[in-house]
Design a protein around this ligand. Structure first.
Ligand code: GDP
Length: 296
């Protein structure tokens, strides 16, 4: 955010909103992420093969929305603890047969602390024991007053299982996005966050990056935490090769020398020497901290 603030206001352009899905266990986060991916995957061919790289994009009314597809708080909190906002909008999944539960409250607390607006996906409305009114009452009690009750929280009834209400949810996301300042400079300094990373036997270190600002390109030199390297190849969530990735685009990259942590900020540097210096300094600082830490 501070880095975005350095961009000239006139250079900023709208970028797709980044959405994360939170909610109580078994309320349907994974099913909802699958339903959204299957019904509206960006670039057509619904039901086509998509890779789980930690994020994907869908299209609704010719606009893109980026979803982080690691459900739960871990990824969101990891990003927040490193200063990145993590997401522009939280979709809070609440099962209409179960209502507000402990992890629902936790998710609300996380979103509020990060000042990220919440949209409620009231899930499992297909169930005979679903009780939408009671669920809304519970939501109102925790401060999420539904907009049809004169509040300002959008509560969208969905059935992730039956793929119902998905378009309404996407519509709600775009409506909320329009009230926010979701912008970046595609020509500016290139940075973003690490969504996930691992070592692949064949490909070496593969990392999913979410670009916040600028345009990431093959051949760029990236520093992410204590890892650095030149991007050898870049793929989208469909496994298609990409040369460039603008703001809010998730990409899987190859070429880092080490596995960065999820939530780590990444930056592009002019040359490899500079990148190496940055990383070496970080490693030295870490060793100093370890050396000066009290021995147990
Ligand atoms: P998560 O723990 O929040 O990721 O929840 P899951 O997506 O794994 O769903 C938990 C269970 O609820 C699974 O058995 C799903 O099939 C079921 N489920 C999810 N969405 C719906 C829904 O809309 N209707 C019904 N009836 N069941 C659902």
């Amino acid at each position: 955010r501070q880095l975005i603030a350095k961009e000239k206001p006139e250079a900023l352009q709208d970028r797709p909103p980044v959405v994360t899905i939170l909610g109580h266990v078994d309320h349907g986060k994974t099913t909802l992420l699958d339903a959204i991916r299957d019904t509206n995957v960006a670039g057509g061919e619904a039901g086509g093969i998509t890779q789980h790289i930690g994020a994907y994009q869908v299209e609704h009314k010719n606009r893109l929305i980026t979803f982080l597809d690691t459900p739960g708080h871990a990824a969101f909190t990891a990003m927040r603890s490193r200063g990145a906002q993590g997401a522009d909008i939280v979709v809070l999944v609440v099962a209409a047969n179960d209502g507000v539960m402990p992890q629902t409250r936790e998710a609300i607390a996380h979103a509020r602390a990060a000042r990220v607006p919440i949209i409620v996906a009231m899930n499992k409305i297909d169930r005979p024991d679903a009780n939408p009114d009671f669920t809304k009452k519970q939501l109102a009690e925790v401060g999420l007053v539904p907009d049809d009750w004169d509040g300002d929280t959008m509560v969208v009834p969905v059935s992730a299982k039956l793929r119902k209400g998905i378009d309404d949810l996407l519509e709600a996301i775009l409506l909320v996005a329009d009230t926010l300042d979701i912008k970046a400079n595609p020509e500016g300094r290139v940075f973003g966050t690490v969504i996930e990373a691992k070592v692949d036997r064949a490909k070496g270190v593969v990392a999913t990056l979410l670009v916040y600002n600028g345009t990431l390109e093959t051949g760029d030199i990236v520093v992410a935490g204590k890892a650095y390297g030149r991007i050898r190849a870049m793929f989208d969530f469909r496994g298609r090769k990409l040369r460039k990735a603008g703001p809010s685009t998730p990409v899987q990259i190859m070429g880092l020398n080490d596995v960065p942590d999820a939530g780590e900020l990444f930056l592009v540097y002019e040359n490899e020497r500079e990148a190496r210096t940055v990383v070496e300094e970080r490693l030295q600082q870490q060793q100093k901290r370890l050396a000066s830490a009290p021995k147990i």
